[in-house]
Design a protein around this ligand. Structure first.
Ligand SMILES: *[C@@H]1O[C@H](CO)[C@@H](O)[C@H](O)[C@H]1NC(C)=O
Ligand SMILES: *[C@@H]1O[C@H](CO)[C@@H](O)[C@H](O)[C@H]1NC(C)=O
Ligand SMILES: *[C@@H]1O[C@H](CO)[C@@H](O)[C@H](O)[C@H]1NC(C)=O
Ligand SMILES: *[C@@H]1O[C@H](CO)[C@@H](O)[C@H](O)[C@H]1NC(C)=O
Ligand SMILES: *[C@@H]1O[C@H](CO)[C@@H](O)[C@H](O)[C@H]1NC(C)=O
Ligand SMILES: *[C@@H]1O[C@H](CO)[C@@H](O)[C@H](O)[C@H]1NC(C)=O
Length: 583
């Protein structure tokens, strides 16, 4: 009965909120087809589009919200090709899109029948969701780089439980997140009357499409409403798992989220040919091996389709003049085994940006009077540019090598038109393992040659590892839903602690690592902690990924006196960099 009331309420709510959500979801859907690569390159591709779709025109604008007459950085027309399964692809190998960039685009779809449709969307690029040009090899490198530190084995079971608890906690605490466990199944069941009959129909059908799930234990209530077959699974988390598993496959059109059913009203036919949903769809019995491969391919699809953190579905480009928060200051990316890329966002009036990097040698030239005669150190990496590419100054040194545990000092040089060069000194950071990117800064080769040795996992661990990957995707998505529209989220946390004296970047990093390892020993801090910095009321620190942050916060709840908290809930200003105060 309670279920039924929920069902009816949701139904009513769903019909009211159709149109604005639909546009936003259309943006989300299209966003999922955009892949941004490190260190450069962009691909827009879709595998199933409507047979009615003829061509697609895409205009992409990077960081052009301030420009009075923006010109598209990518202006491309793609024709839809393919036989029964139509697809299109746009590939731009040289565009440089970087974390924090404002990505705006307009898509025009032309159809065989009917008027064209246009969609304008924008989002801020999230570095975490960017891909390397060679993803599989990157993974094996990752294993490689840390084998020397590999005293600990990941405890997959504990990891999985932690993720599930974190997701469940978030689902129950966050209003914006999905809360029902209802799904819709399409198919031919018109002549069935009995609930039991419907239930076994659902179970059989689901089993044929998703054999990995124990459907008997999962499917609970079954309803027929508005000509749709609705069923609930045991938990909301289970529902999210199912939805993630089917994403990017033909089953996506058969099993859909009850909470999102209105999405299809906007452009259903662009993504799902009606006939994908019909019973004649061929479900070849897969052998175990093929099934495994399919699952792996699926995981990649899932990973590839979630590039974006917050999606603002604004109807027209440039309609919002609200200042968007950009990553402040100087960005330095270190690649393994070599290569350094530095960039700085363009601001109007800026004419030059430069960098002087000193590796393991302090560059402080405190006051010009005292030590005139002592020769200052020479920078190891010294670069300037006046060229603005895609809304930023980009500097690259392909052969520069910065290693794990180096102590880096740098001067950033900024020059305004008709002004003097301003040099911001005494910036420094410690190179933690988690700060290093695995890939080639030129984008032409991969970091680790053909070496594909991956740690030997038992089948059970492999299965758990896949499930963990899936849970991480779900956690990120729920987290995004929960904090939609908050522009100020970082990967920073606050540790309540005080150093005996003022430490430099390296000392502070090591101090914080030690403190954290004492408090939360199950976390591999060498791979998690990116940097530490002084903050009001303690020491701020940044972790490698949003998942890491959520896990740390979850684990920290159990600690006495709450020594670790989310820095986003206090801090308004990013204090890791001072160059902005001059700009
Ligand atoms: C794409 O097609 C539209 C209209 O069909 C045309 O106006 C535009 O110039 C084309 N753009 C490119 C890059 O070919
Ligand atoms: C983490 O790195 C430090 C050196 O910075 C090393 O001494 C320590 O053994 C590493 N810990 C693990 C668990 O790899
Ligand atoms: C970069 O520009 C600054 C300021 O104009 C200058 O002092 C410096 O020598 C330049 N460095 C290089 C490598 O050209
Ligand atoms: C990976 O390990 C092999 C053998 O231990 C080594 O030769 C290779 O240089 C390593 N690759 C990287 C990127 O560390
Ligand atoms: C991985 O397992 C296979 C077979 O189980 C074995 O032949 C191989 O030597 C193992 N590799 C490593 C690096 O342990
Ligand atoms: C971050 O954004 C949220 C929502 O936009 C706001 O409530 C919060 O106060 C902001 N926090 C800071 C520190 O600006």
């Amino acid at each position: 009965m309670k279920q039924l009331i929920t069902l009816i309420t949701t139904l009513l709510l769903a019909t009211v909120s159709v149109s604005s959500d639909a546009y936003e979801n259309a943006c989300k859907q299209f966003n999922g087809q955009i892949q941004i690569f490190r260190p450069q390159g962009l691909k827009i591709a879709a595998k199933h589009v409507s047979r009615n779709l003829l061509s697609i025109e895409v205009e992409v604008y990077i960081n052009q919200e301030q420009r009075s007459n923006p010109t598209c950085d990518i202006c491309a027309n793609a024709t839809v090709t393919g036989g029964r399964r139509k697809r299109f692809q746009i590939y731009h190998p040289s565009i440089v899109v970087l974390p924090g960039d404002r990505f705006q685009y307009t898509v025009t779809k032309r159809y065989r029948n009917g008027p064209p449709r246009q969609l304008s969307c924008e989002f801020r690029v999230n570095g975490e969701r960017m891909l390397f040009s060679r993803p599989t090899q990157t993974r094996s490198c990752e294993e490689n780089i840390s084998t020397k530190n590999k005293g600990r084995q990941l405890n997959y079971i504990a990891e999985k439980r932690l993720l599930e608890e974190t997701i469940n906690e978030m689902l129950s605490s966050c209003e914006a997140a999905d809360t029902t466990s209802m799904l819709i199944l399409s198919g031919d069941y018109a002549d069935m009357e009995l609930t039991n009959e419907l239930k076994s129909f659902i179970i059989n059908r689901l089993r044929s499409h998703l054999p990995s799930v124990d459907w008997h234990g999962e499917v609970e209530d079954v309803y027929r409403t508005n000509g749709r077959l609705v069923f609930t699974v045991k938990t909301t988390l289970m529902k999210l798992k199912v939805l993630h598993l089917v994403r990017g496959t033909a089953v996506e059109a058969i099993v859909t989220d009850y909470d999102k059913q209105d999405r299809t009203t906007y452009d259903h036919e662009d993504y799902f040919d009606e006939d994908y949903g019909e019973p004649e769809i061929r479900t070849v019995k897969m052998s175990g091996k093929i099934r495994l491969l399919a699952t792996i391919a699926l995981m990649w699809l899932v990973a590839a389709s979630c590039l974006l953190e917050s999606v603002d579905a604004r109807k027209s480009r440039g309609s919002s003049k609200r200042s968007s928060r950009r990553p402040k200051g100087v960005n330095i990316e270190i690649y393994h085994p070599k290569g350094v890329m530095v960039w700085y966002p363009y601001r109007s009036g800026m004419e030059l940006f430069g960098i002087e990097i000193f590796i393991n040698k302090a560059n402080q030239q405190t006051g010009d009077s005292s030590e005139e005669d002592s020769t200052p150190p020479v920078c190891d990496i010294c670069l300037n540019t006046t060229e603005v590419s895609y809304g930023k100054f980009i500097l690259r040194s392909e052969n520069a090598v910065i290693r794990n545990r180096d102590h880096v000092y740098y001067n950033a040089i900024v020059k305004k038109a008709n002004g003097k060069a301003y040099i911001s000194r005494s910036n420094e950071f410690y190179v933690s393992e988690s700060r290093i990117l695995l890939g080639d800064v030129t984008g032409t080769a991969s970091a680790c040659g053909g070496n594909t040795a991956v740690a030997n996992l038992s089948d059970n661990d492999k299965r758990l590892a896949n499930e963990i990957k899936l849970l991480e995707e779900i956690l990120l998505e729920v987290n995004d839903q929960c904090h939609a529209g908050e522009q100020n989220r970082t990967k920073q946390l606050l540790l309540s602690a005080e150093t005996p004296t003022r430490y430099d970047a390296k000392q502070l990093y090591q101090y914080v690592e030690e403190q954290l390892a004492q408090k939360l020993p199950t976390i591999d801090w060498n791979r998690t902690l990116v940097e530490a910095f002084y903050a009001t009321d303690g020491i701020g620190f940044e972790v490698a990924t949003t998942i890491d942050k959520l896990k740390v916060l979850k684990l920290a709840k159990a600690l006495p006196q709450q020594p670790i908290t989310d820095l986003d809930s206090f801090q308004t200003e990013d204090m890791t960099n001072d160059i902005d105060s001059w700009m």
